[in-house]
Design a protein around this ligand. Structure first.
Ligand SMILES: *[C@@H]1O[C@H](CO)[C@@H](O)[C@H](O)[C@H]1NC(C)=O
Ligand SMILES: *[C@@H]1O[C@H](CO)[C@@H](O)[C@H](O)[C@H]1NC(C)=O
Ligand SMILES: *[C@@H]1O[C@H](CO)[C@@H](O)[C@H](O)[C@H]1NC(C)=O
Length: 570
């Protein structure tokens, strides 16, 4: 810009040259020539000698800082790592090593197996059979009465579907423990995921949160998640203890230990959304009940740990201590540039990310950061420093999503990418697992950069079309699948999400119809099914999707009733 201005001034000078002698003009031209030369040399120098890392640094130093604090973002990430170590040390027993280790050339041969884990007391189940609370039974009766009245034949099918969906988590996956915590497994895999367990109880928060049993279960879950986060905040799924019978990795062979597993950590896959789900569970419970019992000092430390990890992972390539055997580039994952977003190694499908910035998980992060700030302001108002960190992080991620996560598509215009590396590569897909691009508005994502949600709408048009490589259409259904399951298999979770993000009658009618086609007399939702033969499906017992389907039915019960009333019994 400056150079253009100089040239235009120069041409003006030449036009009014009568006012100047020729000598003065020549002098001026030489002076300007010199200036230009210095600029271009400087520019050339910058381009040729700075590494990508330094380039991202020079970009960063210009980024807006809420604290008016000249500290660079990389310095922030470095400090976050120091804080994380202090926080983790504060929750370990004194003679123990924290889980964290400095990356060395020997990794992954250095196992992490804190000695205290091996000696600690494992909480016992309070009883051997799960008791489904009365409030859950009452809710099932209320919904079934309406469905049966709407249509005698199909109402019964939907009543069975709702009964199974709504109660599944409590009836089949929940164990109350004698340390006041709650252990909730995902279903056919006997492990507790932070993500799944949070989503599995979400439907109970809508109407029955004043039930004492529900309070014990959900508050116990929050406490158990806190303990698991202490034991390894980069992990996604956990177990109470090793179970006696392999086939799985319960024998903890060296190969499992190399993957970062120990008696409690079943998967050391770092999935940003796992941490987000803990914050979402906490916030939804607090907002719904105003109960603060589970939100004590222990919880605050866990939240602080989560925030420090997200800040560290804004500079993954330079600062992160996270390594995982399955990741390339010396177990660190492929390089990423600084964007303001926070890195993740894995998607909510448990598959590796292709490019480290997963846009849907970052969208979810901005939502839960805002929610956490609201909670902390009220429960721990003295946490000024933490609140500042949360707000800075949120603003950085929002700006990163907008600057690096939006791409121009020939057919759909500006849309959100699924992943990007912050350099120039991005991935245009949507995967069924939540958080997905489709679920952004369900999770509450809102950005000042897109006040009319135009990007959300254009992105939706893209992901629900055959231009999304994971979109499949067949004889019985259409929808979005996943790299996690075979091609031509769509996920009921994603069909449900279509219903939870667009309440037009036409859309919901198609959702009910596709879900009804998917259960094939099992009266439960599956992970995925073949669009040309729903009898071919994956995971017969997957509690997360059952919870989501119960939520959909509760949210759109009027619509389901109307659809059933007009449904022919053929
Ligand atoms: C649960 O079952 C196991 C074995 O069947 C038994 O040893 C244990 O005492 C039972 N626990 C309770 C709380 O009933
Ligand atoms: C469990 O909760 C009860 C009631 O809040 C409390 O009295 C008890 O001390 C708690 N037990 C443990 C092990 O935290
Ligand atoms: C909602 O779904 C209906 C029917 O499929 C469609 O016509 C409408 O455009 C959708 N709205 C949005 C905002 O996507």
């Amino acid at each position: 810009m400056f150079i253009y201005r100089l040239i235009s001034i120069l041409s003006k000078l030449i036009r009014i040259r009568t006012k100047y002698t020729r000598l003065e003009l020549i002098g001026l031209i030489i002076f300007i020539g010199l200036l230009l030369n210095i600029f271009s040399l400087h520019y050339f120098f910058q381009c040729s000698s700075l590494t990508n890392h330094e380039k991202s640094l020079s970009f960063i130093s210009k980024s807006k800082d809420l604290n008016n604090n000249p500290i660079s973002t990389i310095e922030r990430s470095r400090k976050a790592l120091e804080k994380l170590k202090i926080l983790l040390n504060s929750v370990m027993s004194s003679n123990d090593q924290p889980w964290i280790w400095l990356p060395t050339s020997e990794y992954p041969s250095i196992p992490y197996q804190p000695t205290s884990l091996l000696n600690q007391h494992i909480p016992k189940p309070i009883n051997n059979h799960t008791i489904v609370p009365q409030s859950v039974k009452n809710e099932i009766n209320r919904v079934c009465q309406r469905l049966n009245k709407a249509n005698q034949v199909y109402g019964d099918i939907w009543c069975k579907l709702f009964t199974k969906s709504y109660a599944d988590t409590l009836a089949t996956t929940t164990t109350l423990l004698d340390d006041n915590t709650t252990y909730i497994i995902t279903g056919d895999i006997d492990l507790m995921w932070l993500r799944d367990s949070s989503a599995q109880v979400h439907q109970y928060m809508m109407s029955i949160s004043n039930d004492k049993d529900i309070q014990r279960i959900i508050e116990g879950l929050i406490r158990r998640q806190t303990k698991f986060i202490y034991s390894n905040p980069y992990a996604s799924s956990f177990r109470l203890t090793l179970r006696p019978n392999p086939p799985s990795d319960d024998s903890l062979e060296p190969i499992h230990i190399q993957k970062g597993r120990n008696i409690h950590v079943a998967m050391h896959n770092y999935e940003l959304d796992s941490l987000c789900y803990h914050l979402r569970l906490s916030y939804t419970w607090w907002k719904q009940t105003k109960r603060i019992n589970p939100f004590n000092q222990q919880w605050l430390i866990a939240v602080n740990i989560i925030i420090q990890i997200m800040i560290i992972e804004q500079h993954h390539s330079q600062i992160s201590p996270y390594r995982y055997t399955e990741l390339g580039n010396n177990h660190q994952g492929s390089p990423v540039a600084y964007t303001g977003m926070t890195w993740t190694g894995f998607r909510p499908s448990d598959d590796k990310t292709k490019f480290g910035y997963l846009i849907p998980s970052n969208m979810m992060a901005t939502v839960v950061l805002k929610q956490s700030a609201e909670m902390i302001k009220e429960i721990f108002p003295e946490q000024i420093e933490l609140l500042k960190e949360i707000e800075q992080l949120r603003v950085d991620i929002l700006s990163g999503i907008h600057t690096y996560g939006v791409v121009k598509h020939d057919k759909y215009g500006q849309i959100y990418a699924y992943e990007t590396d912050g350099f120039s590569q991005s991935l245009l897909i949507d995967d069924a697992n939540v958080p997905s691009l489709l679920s952004a508005s369900y999770l509450g994502f809102k950005t000042p950069y897109d006040p009319q949600d135009q990007l959300i709408i254009s992105t939706r048009n893209f992901i629900l079309s055959k231009d999304n490589p994971l979109f499949y259409q067949g004889q019985y259904a259409y929808g979005i699948g996943s790299h996690h399951t075979p091609i031509e298999y769509v996920w009921p979770m994603s069909i449900i999400m279509e219903g939870l993000t667009n309440n037009s009658k036409e859309n919901l009618d198609s959702v009910w119809q596709r879900l009804e086609a998917s259960h094939v007399e099992t009266f439960s939702m599956h992970e995925s099914f073949n669009v040309n033969n729903p009898k071919e499906f994956t995971r017969h017992w997957f509690a997360w999707v059952n919870s989501l389907s119960a939520e959909l039915i509760l949210v759109h019960l009027d619509d389901l009733e109307n659809w059933l009333k007009n449904r022919r019994s053929d």
